[in-house]
Structure formats: C-alpha cells, structure tokens
Write a protein that binds this ligand. Structure first.
Ligand SMILES: Nc1ncnc2c1ncn2[C@@H]1O[C@H](COP(=O)(O)OP(=O)(O)OP(=O)(O)O)[C@@H](O)[C@H]1O
Ligand SMILES: [Mg+2]
Length: 314
C-alpha cells in the first residue's frame, strides 16, 4: 500500500507523536511529489524546525527553492506574531485619529502578551499559504508539530470564528449606542471599517475551513512507529481529526525492522513488533497503511530521503 492516491491533493498534513518521523516522511513525500512533476511547497509549522537539517541547507521563514519544483519554508511563530500585531496596528492607524490609535495600541500590546497569539498568527500564515495562492503550487505539504498542538491549531478556525462573530455583534451594539449618544462622527464612521475588517477575517477562516474539510483537496497522514504509547496517541489523533471533519488519508508505520536478521536481541524486538503491527491492523482497519523500514542510519540528505520516498510513493 502506498500514498500514490493522495499525490493529487492540494494540502497534505503529516502529523503524529514526537520523534516518530513526521519531518522525515513529509520531506520524503514532498520530494517524491516534486520528482513526479508537481510543484510542491513544504512548510514546517513545528517551532523546532528540522527540515533545514534533513535537506542539509538553510530554510528560512520565506519560500526558498531547494530543488526543481520543490520549495520550502519554516514558519516562525514569534516572527508571525510580531508581523500580525504590526498589521493590526497599521490597520488601526489608517482608520482612526492619533488619540484613538494611542489607546488602541495599548490594548493591542496587552492582547499581544496572550499565549494564544503566536498560534493565531501561525494559523493566519497557513491561511495565506493554503487559500491565498491558488496556482503557484500544486501541493502544499505541512510538516506539523507533535499531535496535540496541530489538532489544536486545526480546531481553532471554529473557535476564532465564533469569537469574531461575537466581536461583530458587540461592535454593532457599540455603533448603535455611540450613535444614540451622539459620539463624534469620526467614531461612527470608523466603526464600519472595523466591522469590515472583522468580517474579512471571518471570511478567510471560513475559506480555510472549507478547504481543510474537503476530502478531495485536503488529507492528513498520520505517522506512527510500532510501539504501544504511539499507537494509543495515534488512535486519539485519528478520532479527533474525524470529529474536526478532516480526512485521514493514510497511516505510515515507520521504523519497521528489516526481515532476515539474526540474534536474540533482533528476534525479541521483531516478535514484539509483530504484536504491535497486528494491533495497528486491528485498530485502524480502514486506513491505508504504508510500512517504512528502519534504515541503518538517520535520514539526512537527498539520497537517503529518496530511500524513504521510494517506500511512500511508486
Ligand atoms: N525509517 C527510518 N530509518 C532510520 N532513521 C529514521 C527513520 N525515520 C526517522 N528516522 C530518524 O529518526 C529521527 C526522528 O525523525 P524525525 O525528525 O523525522 O521525527 P519527527 O516526528 O519529525 O520528530 P519531532 O516530533 O521532534 O518533530 C531522525 O534522526 C531521523 O533521521
Ligand atoms: Mg519534526
């Protein structure tokens, strides 16, 4: 079983427990897709980026072409948060008088301290990459952070949407009160651009939601290794993705020991592995499963990546 069926997807997420091989498999998949002629963008959203290491080059926060048809970037949450805050401030500066701007900036600086901001900013950049650029790439491949964080991020559009709608309602009420109290005309006029900005933001989130829940366009590949705790976490992730409405297109079982080795240590590991492989089959009967063998060395550089690619895509 291989991942050929998901090659034509517009967005492919790779996720799983820490250290199972998400970066290795997403990079190998991106490489395989680009070699088959697709224009691919590989995006790392994990704060501990390692796509640079695996391609043995520096990948920064801006898109960079690594190989023909294969570009990559590493999203930096802190940098995106700063950019996001600067963007909001610039919007407000355009719309309001200096007095209002000073007050608003104080509020924004306070909001910028909140722990969720870098996630909101990260999501915003993901929207740009997924929704904003229809034709530059055929496929955007995401190497995500370990499961919990990614699921949280993918569930955010709903939470943020609800929050924005509440803001919109609040804003409408404020406009009405202001008008009733005959506030300055500037404030009444300024109220509309704020509403418009909120509504634009809401539309972008809705667009993201539409794309990631469309199983013809977006799929999530779970990466696991044949070990007990990993299997449990993978099962939870599969359930949660299902609830979020995101299709799981495949399960990579990575680091499976090669056949035909000898010795007691190997026999013992192989016997335990067989139990977990059966368990995986029993727990995920409907998911297309792909086995990737444990290689003799860590996976670095194009040649060893290609060895993994060959096991993912034919
Ligand atoms: N099939 C394999 N054979 C040999 N080594 C592998 C294999 N898959 C992954 N590795 C090695 O295991 C280590 C972890 O892999 P990787 O960085 O891809 O995991 P990850 O899930 O992205 O980790 P993190 O959760 O920290 O982001 C790396 O050193 C990688 O080279
Ligand atoms: Mg990684």
């Amino acid at each position: 079983m291989l991942l050929n069926a998901i090659l034509d997807h517009q967005v492919v997420f790779f996720g799983g427990k820490g250290g199972v091989g998400k970066t290795t498999c997403s990079s190998a998949f991106a490489l395989a897709a680009s070699r088959r002629g697709q224009r691919v963008l590989l995006v790392s959203t994990d704060p501990a980026h390692s796509t640079s290491d695996i391609f043995e080059t520096t990948i920064g926060p801006e898109e960079r072409e690594l190989l023909p048809r294969l570009s990559a970037l590493e999203i930096d949450g802190g940098r995106e948060a700063a950019r996001y805050v600067a963007g909001v401030k610039a919007d407000i500066q355009r719309m309001f008088s200096p007095g209002v701007v000073r007050q608003a900036n104080r509020q924004i600086d306070m909001a910028a301290q909140s722990p969720g901001l870098s996630e909101v900013a990260l999501l915003d950049r993901m929207i740009d990459l997924i929704a904003g650029r229809g034709t530059s790439y055929d496929t955007v491949v995401f190497d995500t952070a370990p499961t919990g964080h990614t699921l949280h991020l993918l569930r955010m559009p709903d939470a943020i949407s609800a929050w924005i709608l509440a803001l919109v309602r609040h804003r409408r009420a404020v406009i009405e009160i202001d008008r009733g109290m005959e506030q300055s005309r500037e404030e009444a006029a300024a109220a509309d651009p704020v509403l418009a900005a909120l509504e634009r933001r809401h539309e972008r989130l809705t667009e993201l939601r539409t794309i990631v829940t469309d199983r013809a366009r977006t799929t999530f590949v779970l990466v696991a290794v044949p070990e007990r705790l990993v299997i449990e976490e993978t099962a939870r992730a599969a359930d949660e993705l299902g609830e979020t409405g995101i299709a799981v297109g495949g399960l990579i079982v990575n680091r499976v020991l090669p056949e035909g080795l000898e010795g007691e240590f190997y026999q013992s590991r192989k016997a335990q592995e067989a139990v977990y492989l059966q368990e995986i089959q029993r727990r995920f009967p409907r998911l297309p499963r792909v086995i990737v063998q444990q290689l003799p060395r860590d996976v670095y550089g194009r040649d060893s990546l290609a060895l993994v690619s060959a096991q993912l895509v034919a």
